[in-house]
Design a protein around this ligand. Structure first.
Ligand SMILES: Cc1cc2nc3c(=O)[nH]c(=O)nc-3n(C[C@H](O)[C@H](O)[C@H](O)COP(=O)(O)O)c2cc1C
Length: 292
């Protein structure tokens, strides 16, 4: 009896090993198909926007790896703002609307120089934007160097040609037909300034600690809106562009760190003499406003 049992033991052990092997393999295969698991801490990050992902995006676990800065207390000071009569408010709101209603995306930009001080001021204005927990998660890279502008054009045209031909799909390309846009972007050479707006997905302090940048994409988008208004206010034009798949290459070209992701590129200048724009109309108030 003992003999029979001991002769069975190696067979029994071999069967157990095979079964364990099958179970372990099965688990590995399943985990490949499952979405990437994040820690509980990383899952609860409602301020992170579903943004234009690029291959340099950090994973939540990596973002949580480092040490994070302690928040400091700040003093609160009295606040007051100039008050206008209702008549003045109506006049000012109307004037501001009329000014911004003239804003158009212009894709034909002259090479006529623009005073640098104006650029400084419009970017200072953009920097007045509100931001999640006052983190100011933006970097405005102003490019005026002719050669760097041209390198930017080369990168964008190369990627945009692939975007139009392969990545965007028929519907998107068809929707853009009426705007007559394509991958040739002459304005990247002619505009005296290119402003590349990067969102900082987190802050980096000199001591290596990281700082959470709550709602960074929304914050930077608001700053971009203010920048568009500031440009309109001084009689300059731009076109809001979001060059698909160009972020990492442009970030590297401009020597920006990995916590910065390209959100928008604005070529800035005066409209060229032969500039045209699509004859678009805007939705009336009743279509965009609901009062309850
Ligand atoms: C988020 C966003 C991304 C855009 N991306 C591009 C772009 O990559 N290239 C382009 O030529 N225009 C781009 N545009 C400009 C739109 O085509 C333009 O705003 C729209 O046609 C309305 O025209 P308007 O700006 O003259 O009112 C973009 C606009 C927005 C708001």
């Amino acid at each position: 009896m003992t003999m029979a049992f001991s002769s069975l033991t190696p067979v029994f052990v071999a069967i157990i090993c095979v079964l364990i092997g099958i179970i372990v393999k099965g688990r590995k295969t399943n985990s490949k198909n499952e979405p990437r698991k994040t820690s509980k801490k990383a899952e609860s990050r409602p301020w992170v926007d579903d943004d234009l992902k690029d291959s340099t995006d950090l994973h939540p676990e990596e973002e949580d790896d480092g040490e994070w800065q302690e928040s400091e207390d700040i003093a609160h000071t009295p606040f007051s703002l100039e008050r206008y009569s209702e008549e003045d408010m109506i006049k000012r709101s109307k004037n501001f609307y009329e000014l911004l209603n003239k804003r158009r995306s212009v894709r034909f930009i002259s090479d006529e120089p623009v005073p640098r001080e104006v650029i400084d001021n419009v970017i200072k204005t953009a920097g007045t934007s509100p931001s999640g927990a006052h983190t100011e998660p933006w970097t405005f890279v102003v490019v005026k160097d002719i050669e760097i502008k041209h390198k930017i054009r080369e990168i964008i045209e190369e990627e945009e040609e692939i975007n139009y031909k392969k990545r965007m799909g028929d519907r998107w390309v068809n929707d853009l037909k009426r705007l007559r846009t394509n991958w040739i972007k002459e304005y990247l050479d002619t505009a005296p300034y290119l402003i590349l707006i990067f969102k900082q997905v987190h802050g980096m302090l000199p001591d290596g600690k990281k700082k959470t940048h709550y709602y960074n994409e929304i914050s930077v988008s608001i700053a971009c809106g203010i920048l568009l208004a500031a440009l309109q206010n001084v009689g300059l034009v731009t076109v809001t562009t979001t060059p698909l798949n160009c972020g990492p290459r442009l970030r590297v070209l401009l020597g920006r760190p990995t916590n910065e992701k390209l959100l928008m590129l604005l070529p800035v200048g005066y409209p060229s003499k032969d500039a045209t724009v699509p004859d678009l109309t805007r939705k009336p108030l009743d279509d965009i406003m609901v009062v309850v």
